[in-house]
Every structure is written in C-alpha cells, then in structure tokens.
Design a protein around this ligand. Sequence first.
Ligand code: ATP
Length: 314
Amino acid sequence: MSEPILSISGLSKTYKGGVKALDDVQLDIRKGEIFALLGPNGAGKTTLIGAVCGLVRPTAGTISAFGHDLAIDWRAARARIGLVPQELSTDMFETVYRAVSYSRGLFGHPPDKARIEEVLRSLTLWEKKDSQIRELSGGMKRRVLIAKALAHEPELLFLDEPTAGVDVDLRKDMWKQIAALRERGTTIILTTHYIEEAEEMADRVGIIRKGQILMVDDKDAIMQRMGRTEAVIELSEPLAELPASIAEFPVELREDGQELCYRGGDGAGGGREDVARLTKALIAAGIDYRGIDIHDSSLEDIFVGLVSEQEAAQ
Ligand SMILES: Nc1ncnc2c1ncn2[C@@H]1O[C@H](COP(=O)(O)OP(=O)(O)OP(=O)(O)O)[C@@H](O)[C@H]1O
C-alpha cells in the first residue's frame, strides 16, 4: 500500500469523568478512498474525528496526516483537513454567501466566485445566498455546513453523520456531492448510522464499538466473508426427516417439518447458486414445495450480528 494519507496509532482518549471513549485505536486511511466508520451511539466516532481535527486532545497515541505528526506539525496539515460537524456553530447572523466564502479564505485559498457559486448552486443554496443563516430551516443549515467544507476544498474530509435527520432529497444530493468530491481526488471519512449509506458509498468500512475498532476491511470483503443467503422453503407436505441428498446442504427443518430453512453462501452470489441446486435436489427426491423466500444479508445484518456477538462475549 502507498503511504497512508492518515495514520492513527495507539490512540486513546479518556475524558475527565473517566469515560474511555477511545481505546488503543489503530487505523490507516488510504489516499482517495471513502471510508465509513460505523458504530452505535457513544462508540467513539465523534471523539475520533475530534482528535484528528484538533478538537479533542488525545490521552495517548499518535496521529499523522500527509506524513506530518499532528502533535508536532499541526499547522502544516490543518489547511488540508476539512470537517463537516454534526451541528452548525458558525455565526448565525452571517449571510450564507459570506459564511461559505469566508470558510474558503480561512484555509488559505484565494477567493473564487465561480467556485462558490458552483457549490451554492449544487446544494440549491444559491437562492438563499443573501439570507442570514439563522433564518434557514434545519435542513438548509446542514447544506451550509457542507457548502463550507466544499468551498474549503480539503484533501481529507470528515463528514460526521452527514445525513442524520435530513430528508431524502438532501441525502441524495449529498451522496452526489460526495461522489463528485471523490472524483476530484478527495479522501473522505464518514461516520454514519445509516448502514445503507456505507453500503452505497464506501470502499472500506470500519466498525467501532466502545472505543475499539472491531474490524476494518474492504466493504466487498466484509460482505463476502460474513454475508449469508437465507432461503425459507415452504414444503407442500411436512417432512419428518431429511433425505441424505438434502441433508448435505446447510439446512434445517422448522415449523414441524413444514419449512426448510437454508443458511449459507458467501454473500457474493454463491448462496443463490446453492439454493438453485437445493431446489433441484428437492425435486429429484420427490419433495414438493409451495414457495421460496430468499434474501441476502445486508451490511446492516452483518453489523447488528457483529455488535451483538461482541455483547454476548462480554
Ligand atoms: N466532552 C466529553 N466529556 C465526557 N465524556 C464525553 C465527552 N464527549 C463524549 N463523551 C463520552 O465518550 C463516549 C464516546 O462519545 P462519542 O461522541 O465519541 O461517540 P459517537 O460514536 O460519536 O456517538 P454518537 O453516534 O451518539 O454521536 C460516550 O460515552 C460519550 O458519552
């Protein structure tokens, strides 16, 4: 792998009250990727972002970005890192246009009216450019946050729960914006509760819980390794036991022998092929069925499974 754009090593954070929000986190982010950090409430996602963006002082560990150790050379990296936080903390009396163009200047970029107009138009904020931020609806305020980050043109962009509580239209607009940013070469780390979002956007996924990274992998690899196909086959007549040609599949009889349940596969289509072979074997064994309900597990199922497994193990 080429030199990571962001490298986090042994990162821990214990807050004053004693809450251990991060516990020995190791994480390398590759240039140009979209990385989704998934975790339940209180897992430490915002703390991790805060540590990289200079808002939270780590208790231990090192963070380097673009080859600079942030504890030593914060300024060199700062202008290249952008953050879209969960909430707007800018001056509510500022107009949309000024807030967005100011953000660009703040990070040392020369004024660029065309760029600001493009950003505002792409987020349907152009008509509101002269409104004060306090006059906007919650969804519009979120758009301003995103516009500020886009105007800044960072190389590494953090999006903290970018679509929490926004409507479907804005979520779709944002997905488009994020895809366009990646096209420009921006590296993106997003935290999300919406697993659909990670599934849609991410190249890699990290799962965090209680301040620890449980797993990091390519999204497709996670799906393949942990993905499952489940098929419920409703039999025409109840079966007392399975013939050998059926029992060799990963199946079990349920509902007093009226249902045959298959669980297997690799999350990459293998399970569906297996179910097709299973149905042929049923026909060959003279077993009739009324219907099949088949589905592949999503990243959501995998995530819920992983987190509850960890809970059970404790
Ligand atoms: N300033 C603080 N002082 C004390 N404890 C804090 C502080 N900020 C966060 N915590 C605690 O640290 C833990 C991690 O919080 P964090 O906000 O990083 O989680 P998160 O994964 O972002 O959660 P969410 O999805 O709810 O935003 C939680 O137990 C939280 O209560």
